[in-house]
Ligand binder design. Structure first.
Ligand code: IVH
Length: 690
């Protein structure tokens, strides 16, 4: 449980903030962060239900304060940015997402909007719906031309996805050729690639047998399997596919309904889930959904809800779509799954800031598609409020198949001799007394030399969101600490490689890779270094602002809290925390180690940028994760490039972000101007070429 709950977003996760603009900014930052983890890194940190709650709060705030809604709000976007590994594919017909209904009331409200939009009275003249299962996998578009599979693409941001044709060729259930003598000239089949539960379980058994970590859940494992550079690996993963929607079609039969389109896909030899049902009324839709809440465990794949679509295509056309989702369909999200198991123990882990977090040690239980043996309990008050004791039978829930949660005990099963759990008085890692500040829910180990804190701080420094040193994970950090090779993050840059070479498991290849990764981290932006220092309350946004405003770590170190708080977007809590941190001798000593090693200490403003884009014209459309609009423009102009607002013959590249403008994308397509994603844009900024 290294690093549990010591997230980077301490400064933004309080719902008690009253300023709606600040809350909107905080939610946007959190959702963007989690979107990146989910869509681009396949490593979600929070359950879907929690993500849903954040998104919902943001939507409500935006509805209440439309003037504060950000143009590039994540509520207006679909999915993540396309990756650099696979070539971009511009979808001819956009791949949309679905809105969600979390209750029968929300489902009825949707049906009400549909009936109103169609000018029908659902009770008197039923709208007619198609009910389907919501498969928990990865959306994919398969393009068949004259019956042959010519391209497979992920959804990406809905407009531009990734070309995964080579990998999809290895999925046996996806035909390379459609059935029938007269295949349509073009048919795009949209559906979900998923990993069956049995395949997932077998894969994890093999992982365990090889002493490797278990995969989290079938959905992310399917996504990870699809992103392999080596298509043989994808082919070995036993992925499957259900078709659920048509994209572009040319030369197909005249279809009147969505249900007829699914039947047609079946005739063409595509796998279509048999658990689908055309119904007349919304009550029947609810009955379908209720039936599968019961039956979901009997299925051999994971579902996270049902999908209902207005069946008649003319009615779908009449209803149209919003920026993100069709008005004619909605996902009915199922309530999270619950299971019971034994709470074997409650233990405490120490995070990088010294926070002591209790966690449940559970008798392993299969819930939400994976086996759970641990769950965070957050703090002492939560343990008391939940009234759980070691030895209890407890109810475990997995809201979004990611983070398990202990809901409470089954009191009728409680042993007579059971006693309440007490928070330990001393740190399990360094044995020093733990401290709970007055009025705070959290307990801390305040010993800066606590080995657990040191370990987690170093691991965090090397992690993706900070200095991104590949290969410097939990195990390496532990080995190096045990061997006395490092004591703090500064020592990473002064490793005795000869001694490393004497450690078990460190051959020349791993040494070369690790030293290259450490070397590469020296050129990371100053903001990443600041994030890596793990200063309480300072997340990526705040770090970026400090780096930009002061331009050099030396100026940040001598700045007062007031000077920091004067920066737009940096609040007093962050400012105070950063100023106190940099006043410490440890911080000063660390910075000297970085300086000696040649780690970048210069912020974006003050650096002398290479004129990599001299004479180039680059247009940016849509939201980028790592740049604001003006930030992208500055990055281009600062390197000698031009950044006009529209695409012309003179344009060299169009950078396509989330919710990109259709007119710019169309124009680029028309003029044959290369469209690139954010990762390529970063490469272009660095080197001036692709
Ligand atoms: S229809 C234009 N049908 O759920 C409508 N989507 O949360 C496009 N999904 O992006 C989607 N099962 O990846 C549709 N039976 C189903 C589905 C389904 C799973 C996924 C799909 C979509 C996501 C939205």
């Amino acid at each position: 449980m290294a690093g549990t709950s010591d997230g980077t977003n301490d400064s933004v996760d309080s719902k008690t903030q009253v300023d709606p603009a600040a809350r909107i900014a905080a939610l946007t930052e959190q959702i963007n962060y989690h979107n990146q983890r989910y869509y681009e890194q396949d490593t979600p940190e929070i359950p879907d239900a929690e993500w849903d709650a954040l998104t919902r709060e943001l939507k409500e705030l935006e509805a209440a304060h439309p003037e504060l809604a950000l143009d590039d709000s994540p509520t207006q976007r679909v999915g993540g940015a396309p990756s650099a590994t696979f070539a971009p594919v511009t979808h001819r017909v956009r791949m949309m997402s679905l809105d969600n209904a979390f209750s029968i009331e929300e489902l009825q409200a949707w049906a009400g909007r549909v009936a109103k939009g169609l000018d029908l009275d659902d009770a008197a003249a039923p709208v007619g719906y198609m009910c389907e299962l919501k498969i928990d996998g990865v959306a994919c578009s398969l393009r068949y031309e004259d019956g042959n599979l010519v391209q497979a693409a992920t959804r990406g941001n809905g407009l531009v996805g990734e070309d995964i044709t080579a990998n999809v060729h290895g999925i046996k259930v996806i035909p390379r050729k459609l059935k029938g003598k007269n295949p349509p000239a073009v048919v795009e089949v949209r559906g979900e690639i998923y990993m069956p539960l049995k395949t997932f379980a077998e894969l994890n058994e093999a992982q365990e047998a090889a002493g490797l970590p278990r995969y989290v859940n079938p959905r992310n494992t399917a996504a990870g399997s699809l992103r392999q550079k080596d298509s043989a690996i994808t082919a070995s993963r036993g992925l499957e596919f259900w078709s659920y929607q048509l994209g572009e079609v040319e030369g197909g039969p005249a279809l009147e309904s969505h249900s007829a389109s699914l039947d047609w896909l079946e005739e063409l030899g595509m796998p279509v889930n048999p658990e689908r049902r055309p119904v007349k009324t919304i009550d029947e839709v609810k009955a379908f959904s209720d039936e599968f809440i019961e039956r979901r465990h009997d299925l051999v794949y994971e579902i996270d809800g049902a999908v209902v679509k207005v069946d008649r295509l003319s009615r779908q056309r009449a209803l149209g779509s919003t920026a993100k989702a069709p008005r004619w369909a909605i996902a009915i999200k199922f309530p999270p799954e619950e299971r019971t198991t034994t709470l074997n123990d409650i233990q405490v882990s120490i995070g990088r800031t010294g926070k002591a977090t209790p966690f449940a040690v559970l008798e392993p239980v299969f819930v939400g598609g994976s086996t759970v043996s641990m769950a965070t309990l957050h703090n002492y008050d939560q343990v008391k409020a939940k009234n759980i004791r070691p030895g209890d039978t407890v109810i475990v829930r997995k809201a979004g198949d990611v983070i398990p949660e202990v809901l409470g005990p089954v009191l009728s099963d409680r042993a007579k001799n059971s006693v309440p759990w007490e928070f330990p008085t001393h740190c399990p890692a360094c044995a020093q007394e733990l401290v709970r500040p007055d009025g705070e829910p959290q307990t801390f180990c305040v010993n800066p030399l606590c080995p657990a804190q040191i370990h987690n701080r170093i691991e965090y420094f090397a992690s993706r969101g900070a200095m991104d040193i590949e290969g410097f994970g939990e195990r390496t950090v532990g080995t190096f600490l045990d061997a006395g090779l490092i004591q703090d993050v500064g020592d990473i840059y002064n490793l005795d490689w000869e001694k490393v070479g004497q450690l078990e498991g460190f051959g020349q290849i791993s040494i070369d890779n690790l030293s290259a990764a450490i070397e590469a981290s020296k050129t990371k932006p100053l903001a990443n270094l600041l994030v890596g220092l793990g200063i309480r309350h300072l997340g990526p946004a705040g770090a970026g602002l400090l780096a930009q405003a002061f331009g050099h770590i030396d100026r940040i170190m001598t700045a007062t809290a007031e000077e920091m708080a004067a920066i737009d977007g940096v609040g007093p809590t962050i400012a105070q925390s950063a100023a106190s941190y940099f006043a410490t001798e440890e911080a000063k000593a660390l910075v000297e180690k970085f300086r000696t090693a040649g780690v970048n200490l210069v912020g974006p403003e003050a650096s002398n940028l290479d004129q990599t884009l001299e004479g180039m014209v680059i247009v940016v459309t849509g939201g980028l994760d790592g740049f604001s609009r003006s930030g992208a423009a500055e990055a281009i102009k600062g390197r000698g490039g031009k950044n006009p607002g529209s695409v012309s013959k003179k344009t060299n590249y169009v950078v396509v972000g989330a919710e990109a403008g259709a007119s710019k994308v169309n124009k680029a397509e028309e003029l044959g101007i290369p469209m690139i994603n954010e990762a390529d844009f970063v490469k272009l900024l660095d080197t001036g070429e692709l």
